[in-house]
Design a protein around this ligand. Structure first.
Ligand code: HEC
Length: 300
């Protein structure tokens, strides 16, 4: 990049183009997060994203049926307590076709669900009994076909977004080449880890934490590149220069100085030794906690 202008030096029209793109993508990112809160976030019937939500969404709530999980989760608001109870009882008793009408479940479905779940919508069509019957089976979470669909859309779409965000950020001058490579490369690793973790969680609930970690990693890389790019384009003198107009030392340099001031490699070796001991002591406890958490999720 030696002969190319830095973000600060770019012509205003180009800055406007870059900023417009970054802002639009950021709003899109925000909308995606809100959507996650409303779909996956509601999987356990409570607002906010938790490990249980991730397990229910991908692995399923295997002690229950799809209808039951949904009626206690994302579909909770669509019927009264009494109506949901009636549907769930019918499902638990085997979702028998004759009892569907006898118990009045057909009326509830018609009144409360069919306005959205009908032939015209892309949702499961509840005017067809076979569809309803299918959803009364064990809840095994996301289906393989839905996972392949969402996986490839995410891989293509998000790779594109990070292509341009990374390209813009590559003209930044305040991060060292090493840090820039890291920030540009990380989202791709996190993206692959994120998609992989959905599939792994589908197979075993143990991987639910990986979904959250990979997603957070991606968001952090995005936020870092976004912020540095926009600040360098529009607020360079304010943010990156001191009162004398000299650049602040890069915070990497500050860290390196601190590191040496505090004893450098020797100290780190001792700390690593200490960390290892601590980890070895804590690991069994952590594993126990994790197993208890999963047990709780499964029992619900
Ligand atoms: C306001 C529209 C609306 C109403 C009313 C509604 N649903 Fe839904 N339902 C949806 C949407 C949208 C989805 C997909 C949500 C998602 O992907 O997380 C969905 C998904 C579901 C699913 C999961 C389907 C699957 O293949 O995983 C079930 C089961 C379900 N609804 C049951 C019900 C029941 C039972 C009722 C009636 C008590 C009901 N819904 C009422 C909009 C509605």
């Amino acid at each position: 990049m030696r002969d190319l202008p830095t973000l600060r030096q770019m012509d205003t029209p180009l800055k406007v183009l870059f900023t417009g793109y970054l802002t639009t993508v950021a709003v899109g990112y925000l909308m995606a997060l809100i959507q996650i809160l409303f779909t996956h976030g509601m999987a356990d019937g409570k607002f906010g994203l938790s490990i249980e939500d991730i397990v229910y969404s991908y692995y399923g709530n295997r002690s229950g049926t799809v209808l039951e999980t949904q009626l206690n989760g994302a579909m909770k608001e669509n019927a009264s307590e009494q109506e949901r109870f009636q549907i769930i009882q019918w499902v638990r008793d085997g979702a028998d076709k004759d009892e569907y009408a006898d118990r009045g479940v057909d009326k509830i479905i018609k009144e409360r669900c069919v306005m959205c779940h009908n032939k015209e919508s892309a949702l499961p069509d509840f005017t067809n009994f076979a569809v309803l019957k299918e959803l009364s089976k064990q809840d095994t979470g996301a289906t393989f076909s839905s996972l392949t669909r969402v996986s490839h859309i995410h891989l293509f779409g998000i790779a594109f977004i990070f292509m341009f965000v990374g390209l813009i950020f590559s003209f930044a001058e305040t991060s060292s080449p090493r840090l820039k490579s890291l920030a540009i490369g990380m989202p791709y690793i996190f993206l692959l880890a994120d998609i992989l973790s959905w599939w792994l969680t589908k197979l075993s609930p143990n991987f639910a934490l990986l979904v959250i970690l990979a997603g957070s990693g991606m968001a952090m890389s995005f936020a870092y590149m976004w912020l540095v790019s926009v600040l360098e384009m529009w607020l360079y003198p304010k943010v990156f220069l001191n009162a004398q107009g000299e650049p602040y030392p890069a915070w990497e340099q500050l860290l390196a100085d601190k590191y040496h001031a505090y004893g450098g490699p020797d100290k780190v070796k001792r700390l690593i030794g200490f960390g290892k001991d601590l980890f070895a002591t804590l690991l069994p406890q952590l594993l126990k906690l994790w197993r208890q958490l999963l047990e709780r999720v499964k029992r619900k």
